[in-house]
Design a protein around this ligand. Structure first.
Ligand SMILES: [Cu+2]
Length: 121
């Protein structure tokens, strides 16, 4: 095939490679549910030093707001909808979060753990 000699050929190739790279390094998905104004699970373990995709399913009819000062995240999740929040890469440690609309019950913590020392089977 004869490619046209256009000035943007190289930038396009670079963009394609970057896109492929992003697909290969897709963030692990961690699921979290909201039900009766509580988070399930309330302790969410994620790998440290890794970008993680939090998939949050609000099973309540009312909206909730996922909020965390430690994670610098804040997002409203309408009733009976799902949303995605990317977190990390996080240092090893605990990062509390809560539901701002129901803080007396909706409390949880992200626990980032070191998985680099795990022994392969
Ligand atoms: Cu808020």
């Amino acid at each position: 095939m004869n490619w046209p000699k256009l000035p943007f050929k190289k930038p396009l190739s670079a963009l394609l490679l970057a896109t492929l790279g992003a697909v290969v390094e897709a963030a692990p998905v961690v699921q979290l549910a909201i039900e009766q104004h509580r988070f399930f699970p309330e302790v969410v373990t994620v790998p440290a030093n890794t970008k993680v995709k939090l998939l949050i399913h609000n099973r309540d009819a009312s909206a909730e707001e996922f909020e965390s000062f430690e994670l610098n995240r804040e997002k409203v999740i309408l009733g009976n909808t799902k949303t995605v929040i990317y977190i990390g890469p996080l240092a090893v440690g605990e990062y509390p979060f809560f539901g701002e609309f129901n803080p007396s019950t909706a409390q949880g913590v992200i626990r980032a753990v070191d998985t680099s020392s795990e022994v392969a089977p």
